[in-house]
Write a new protein. Structure first.
Length: 562
């Protein structure tokens, strides 16, 4: 789209350009005619003065004089010759120093720059374009998604309706197309019928218009939209969205799940058919200090420990992995097995102090709702009175003020959850809260993924990225619709038994050691064997259900690609 070939194609196919070239050609014809005329007159006057020169010398003198170089190697002696020299000189100033640059710039250079601009920000894609992702807004989610698409060599294009902004993005190396977001003709030029997905991450009104417009052109192309409010989910689906993602709600629930307060009971983070995926804090339980093997959780409860969260970092559970006070166990099992775990360990770490939530925006309110479902008390600090829902759970004030934090209960709270959309503020508040309470659990939201490590260094135990969560959810839907995202960078997915593994027993496959993925279930039809025995044989027609990070999933799919 940005090659010289495309620039030349646009330049010469444009009607305005063709007209400009004709105008420039007429000027050049007139200029050449004037030079020939002056060359002829030069010979006549030289013969009048009794000198002989070649036609090449005559043209040489004309060009030297018109361009004001004036070498002086050929001169006239008579008044007539000197008068003629002045006429040639002044006409040269007009033609070569004034009209030629002006004409060249107006009729060639300016159109050429326009052609370059249009080539950098085209208005349509080639007719052969297919399996591409159309992104309708360049925001933090789009930036993260584009990096993932480029990593997996998936073509994409970002639709921008402002020329100057499109040029800025083009200079940054982003594939952009210029067009109106609500124009059906724009999506026709983007070959939407051949697209792999349309992604709309703007506000709810614009996303509704985009979904409705695209759905008029194609009944089959997947449309993924971001809903900023719960009330917009149904409307976006009615407009034609295949999938509506409420990232604020999902992020709030994830932040709430990371709190170690309330009790050590398990809480569900996802379901995959009959299989329950849950998390449980190990704090103050008899599990602390033991390895996974020593805990005997599988023998006692039937649940399988597939992973550990350690200060916001997911680690694959190994037999020698040590469980500490701040470890959060990722467990897989059935409803009955989950209840058995709660009977044994849910009685521990029962505290009643509220969680302090800093920020009462969409993410903060979603976090509060999730905590309420778990019957955990909370206090929200918010300085904008328009966001206050009730005076019981809200503290009006600035979280940077010590008195406000103390009023919210920072001195007694076991967890502080920071949910503002400003990463700079979140870093500041993380350092501040960590200084006030060195042992408090700090769970923080970040808007941009690049601040993850910074927040961990600032003292955050868990960090959840709005952009990464949104991009991962969209990418999962693009790659396969049967992927469940448990947390940032952690998925459960199912695949048919690969040919290379058919007939092998689970322990013989070494899937966990070679890919980092853990087999959590075997499925055939409606029957699902949760946490299968290592002696289980993989037979044709079955599906393997696995859990793993994005990197582990990629390794598995590459290794066992049929």
């Amino acid at each position: 789209m940005k090659s010289i070939t495309s620039q030349l194609a646009y330049f010469f196919q444009n009607r305005g350009t063709q007209k400009n070239i004709w105008q420039l050609s007429k000027f050049m014809i007139v200029l050449i005619a004037v030079i020939i005329l002056y060359t002829f007159l030069f010979h006549l006057i030289m013969e009048y003065e009794g000198e002989q020169h070649s036609w090449i010398s005559g043209m040489y003198w004309t060009l030297v004089t018109m361009s004001t170089l004036g070498f002086g190697d050929i001169t006239f002696e008579s008044d007539l010759g000197q008068l003629f020299s002045m006429v040639v000189l002044f006409s040269g100033i007009v033609f070569l120093l004034v009209l030629l640059p002006f004409t060249f710039i107006q009729f060639f250079y300016a159109p050429w720059l326009e052609a370059q601009t249009q080539a950098r920000t085209p208005r349509e894609l080639p007719e052969t374009t297919k399996d591409h992702v159309i992104i309708t807004k360049y925001d933090f989610i789009a930036q993260t998604l584009i990096r993932k698409l480029e990593k997996f060599n998936r073509p994409y294009v970002v639709l921008i309706d402002d020329l100057h902004y499109a040029l800025e993005l083009s200079d940054l190396g982003v594939n952009v197309v210029l067009g109106d977001l609500d124009d059906p003709g724009t999506y026709k030029k983007l070959r939407v019928k051949n697209a792999a997905m349309v992604v709309a991450t703007g506000d709810d009104m614009i996303n509704t218009n985009i979904a409705f417009t695209v759905r008029e052109l194609s009944e089959t192309v997947p449309i993924v939209t971001i809903a900023n409010s719960l009330e917009s989910v149904d409307i976006l689906k009615l407009a034609g969205s295949t999938q509506v993602l409420n990232i604020s709600e999902a992020l709030g629930q994830s932040l709430a799940r990371r709190t170690l307060g309330g009790s050590a009971r398990v809480h569900v983070i996802g379901r995959f058919d009959k299989m329950i995926i849950s998390e449980a804090p190990a704090i103050e339980t008899p599990l602390v200090g033991k390895t996974i093997l020593e805990s005997r959780l599988r023998e006692i409860t039937g649940m399988n420990v597939v992973g550990l969260w350690e200060r916001g970092r997911f680690e694959l559970a190994k037999s020698d992995s040590v469980i500490n006070e701040k470890t959060v166990l990722v467990l897989v099992g059935s409803v009955e097995q989950m209840r058995r775990y709660d009977e044994l360990f849910g009685i521990y770490h029962s505290i009643d102090t509220p969680v302090v939530i800093i920020g009462g925006g969409r993410v903060g309110r979603a976090t509060a709702r999730a905590l309420k479902e778990r019957q955990i008390k909370y206090k929200i600090i918010e300085k904008k009175t328009s966001r206050i829902r009730n005076t019981k759970n809200y503290i009006v004030g600035d979280a940077a003020d010590l008195m406000t934090l103390q009023k919210a209960g920072i001195n007694e709270a076991h967890t502080v959850i920071i949910t503002t959309h400003d990463d700079d503020v979140n870093i500041y508040l993380t350092i501040y809260c960590r200084q006030l309470r060195p042992n408090i659990q700090a769970t923080v939201r970040t808007t941009q993924g690049r601040n993850l490590s910074t927040l961990h260094r600032a003292g955050a135990d868990f960090v959840m990225s709005y952009a990464t969560m949104g991009a991962n959810a969209i990418f999962n839907l693009l790659e396969r619709g049967d992927v469940l995202m448990l947390a940032e960078g952690l998925n459960i997915f199912k695949v048919p038994v690969p040919k290379r593994l058919k007939g092998k027993k689970l322990f013989e496959t070494n899937i966990r050691q070679e890919t980092g993925c853990t087999v959590v279930a075997l499925r055939k039809g409606d029957d699902m064997d949760i946490n299968p025995d290592p002696e289980s044989e993989l037979i044709p027609g079955e599906e393997i259900v696995l859990i793993g990070t994005l990197e582990a999933e990629e390794i598995f799919l590459k290794k066992y690609k049929s």
